[in-house]
Design a protein around this ligand. Structure first.
Ligand SMILES: [Zn+2]
Ligand SMILES: [Zn+2]
Length: 460
């Protein structure tokens, strides 16, 4: 079997192996290493659990990343199979495993295995750089001392990279229980490295958190908690790229909790994405944004009850000057003076790719002022402005502004007010009128030769 043969032959060989599981498992001892990645990909796709298990046990490379292989449906079962296969008992049927990093996170930025680079001391792009139990730290500790402590030898230390979602039911979560039992079984040589952590109902997940090193977390999302309880997480999660807080209660902007929150945020030097949702910040956005690093990529502030002065600050602060994504949906933007919002769009014209301003009470008058600035956002790919009370002539005008924007592929538009008997409360939508609106938009897109641009709306 030669890897240099045409791919079709390689595919045929792999399919043949997959149809004979015992043969495939036996063949893992002899097949060339180059065949492991395509065989693993095919086994994952075909959900061949036994082969996957055997492959993890005999993986001939340093790392294995499943991120590039999208497997939404079968994930829980297959991830379990792979985790169960870690630390097999000594078995001559398997070639001695070289696997040190099993990465079960959905990170699309790396290949199934990292190429071997001898010039750098970091053999895997995703290896943990923060925890005391990480492979790199253990390696450097052992090279500094002559003796290797039990369970802390670089030859046996492994990293298991995971994304975790903790809620009330985590105790019944078999996957989480399996992860903990593997950590226990490893006697200290398995580092459970959680990169993406979602917590719902924080107060009930405290015990689960004690098993994790929050220094490893790069993406943290917390839903439903008091600000004071979030602080202890932020204190430990010092390496965040992305923070999402939703339904967080804060008693007072003058209290110690809010001041500590700001001081925790000011330490997040790598933060690129911030999402605060259902977090009432009226007239206080300035305090939050000021402490963040300049040039955030993503800023999401839905349901934050933003005021005119919040928008004014947003249009002036360096933190929101290079955004790629801005979501300010569900904030009322019904002021006569739209200049701050206009300036904000002008500032973002060179970077903005995704803009969401749904449910903002935007009227024809406001949109006609904003449209010229919007049309200068030449990198915009998605524009969502559903559920705003605008008329059909305005919708047509907006379409005319947007069709020359060649990068823009998705527009989520509001149903014009004439389609409803009463717009407030969205009562009695007339499907015929909506059908006529869709037909008109379609003709306009054809005339502008922009059939590649999708215009969709929500009727719910
Ligand atoms: Zn790697
Ligand atoms: Zn780690």
């Amino acid at each position: 079997m030669d890897f240099k043969e045409p791919p079709t032959l390689c595919d045929t060989a792999i399919q043949c192996l997959l149809h004979h599981e015992p043969l495939a498992i036996q063949a893992l001892q002899e097949i060339p290493g180059e065949l492991f990645v395509p065989l693993f990909t095919a086994a994952l796709k075909g959900r061949h659990e036994k082969i996957l298990s055997a492959m993890v046990k005999s993986w001939p490379f340093f790392c294995l990343h499943v991120g590039p292989l999208s497997m939404q449906e079968a994930q829980p079962t297959l991830w379990k199979v792979m985790v169960e296969s870690l630390f097999p008992a000594e078995n001559p049927a398997f070639r001695s495993p070289k696997l040190r990093i099993l990465d079960l996170t959905q990170h699309p930025g790396c290949k199934t295995k990292c190429p071997v680079i001898t010039t750098t001391c970091k053999p895997c792009v995703r290896s943990c750089a923060y925890s005391e139990r990480s492979l790199m730290k253990v390696q450097s500790q052992c090279s500094n001392s002559s003796s290797e402590s039990e369970g802390q030898s670089p030859k046996t230390t492994m990293e298991l990279l995971v994304s975790l979602s903790l809620d009330r039911s985590f105790r019944e979560n078999e996957y989480f229980a399996l992860l903990l039992s593997k950590v226990e079984q490893s006697l200290g040589s398995l580092h459970l490295c959680c990169r993406d952590l979602r917590i719902k109902n924080l107060s009930e997940c405290r015990s689960a958190l004690s098993h994790l090193d929050l220094k490893c977390v790069s993406h943290l999302a917390v839903v439903k908690a008091s600000l004071i309880s979030v602080l202890s997480l932020l204190e430990q999660a010092v390496n965040l790229d992305s923070l999402s807080l939703s339904k967080i209660t804060c008693r007072s902007f003058n209290g110690r909790a809010f001041r500590n929150f700001l001081s925790q945020l000011s330490c997040k030097d790598h933060l690129k994405e911030l999402s605060l949702s259902s977090f009432c910040l009226t007239d206080h956005l300035e305090h939050v944004l000021r402490v963040l690093p300049a040039d955030l990529d993503f800023l999401q502030l839905p349901f934050c009850e933003l005021s005119y002065s919040d928008f004014k600050f947003l249009s002036q602060c360096p933190q929101a000057n290079h955004l790629k994504l801005l979501d300010i949906s569900n904030n009322s933007i019904c002021w006569e003076d739209c200049e701050p919002f206009y300036c904000l769009l002008e500032n973002l014209s060179g970077t903005l790719q995704h803009l969401a301003i749904n449910h903002c009470l935007l009227t024809d008058a406001t949109l006609s002022i904003l449209a010229p600035a919007l049309s200068r956002c030449s990198h915009l790919r998605l524009f969502s402005f559903s559920s705003n009370p605008i008329t059909m002539p305005m919708l047509r005008r907006i379409l005319e502004y947007l069709t020359p924007m060649t990068q823009l592929k998705y527009v989520i538009y509001p149903i014009p007010v004439h389609c409803y008997e009463r717009w407030h409360g969205r009562c009695s939508l007339d499907p015929q009128k909506l059908g006529a609106v869709n037909a008109q938009l379609k003709i306009m897109l054809q005339e502008a030769e922009r059939e590649d641009m999708r215009w969709i709306t929500y009727t719910g």
